[in-house]
Write a protein that binds this ligand. Sequence first.
Ligand SMILES: NC(=O)c1ccc[n+]([C@@H]2O[C@H](COP(=O)([O-])OP(=O)(O)OC[C@H]3O[C@@H](n4cnc5c(N)ncnc54)[C@H](OP(=O)(O)O)[C@@H]3O)[C@@H](O)[C@H]2O)c1
Length: 329
Amino acid sequence: MSNTSKCKVCVTGASGFVASWLVKRLLESGYHVLGTVRDPGNHKKVAHLWNLAGAKERLELVRADLLEEGSFDDAVMACEGVFHTASPIITKSDSKEEMLNSAVNGTLNVLRSCKKNPLLKRVVLTSSSSTVRLRDESEFPPNVSLDETSWSSVEFCESIQVWYGVAKILAEKSAWEFAKENNIDLVAVLPTFVVGPNLSPELGPTTKDVLGLFKGETEKFTMFGRMGYVHIDDVASCHILVYETAGARGRYICNSAVLDNNELVALLAKRYPSFPIPKSLPNIYGDQSYGYNTSKIRELGLEFKGVEEMFDASVESLKAHGHLLERTP
Ligand SMILES: NC(=O)c1ccc[n+]([C@@H]2O[C@H](COP(=O)([O-])OP(=O)(O)OC[C@H]3O[C@@H](n4cnc5c(N)ncnc54)[C@H](OP(=O)(O)O)[C@@H]3O)[C@@H](O)[C@H]2O)c1
């Protein structure tokens, strides 16, 4: 852990699953962190942040909402760097309009605040691998290794009603356009499915999916098909690395391993025999063989933790918060 005092940075949506771990790592490396949340007085949502090492000395939480114009002005004005992670995540109740409004207009809202800050050095946007791979897979050559030049198709996402994909593609594209027009130094991190410890006792959407799988639910991971997985600690490290590396530019895919859903459940069922994890899942997409080329971020020095390590950490955290009970096989 570094005790070197560093500058002040803003993390939007600080109480979220990914952002909380990022705040933890930023505090550990000596940054002053100004986190935005929708309700700083909501003890249930923010208590875990106040328990982080360094929080009492170097964490501030302020209120900001993506849907309120100018809401981020004060938070961003005080900072040299901004990590924009806040975004609505897939839930069944989210309509296309709600998703797009918070993701696209919310991102532009944050960037408009950034534009007003003459001392701002860099903005790191948390995008998603959903902006890279969601296309008709028959267009991909077998075993294609997707890199940062690849963009998902909005039309394809609309045709399968994946509004999260549409929202993330349009949010990232709007961010690039706005940053270019307004001379903002922007870098984007594109994580695949994030796995690891949940700092808050309230579970984030992807951790709920992992919990479901460990309880025997099949629907979500059947629908996910072949997917990339990454440890939450690597996602946080990736954000900090691209913020601190002066020469970092453009998009960075952040992925450890890509697995077919059947490969994943076979690995998990064997590793955690005391949980009713399905041993196989229906294959609804036929043969899928895509992978990700992560050489760009690895060239900056990031080494990815393996799938076993990320699920071990997730399981330990789910047990610690009482979501998973150890059972006799
Ligand atoms: N988890 C993954 O597997 C994954 C993979 C790739 C990319 N990502 C990206 O990582 C980021 C964080 O995701 P996550 O998994 O950590 O989800 P999460 O736990 O649901 O966090 C999302 C955060 O966004 C905030 N938010 C949503 N709508 C908002 C609004 N109108 N105004 C202000 N804040 C708002 C939420 O605040 P409240 O707490 O107030 O609801 C929450 O703190 C997102 O940009 C997501 O697209 C995640």
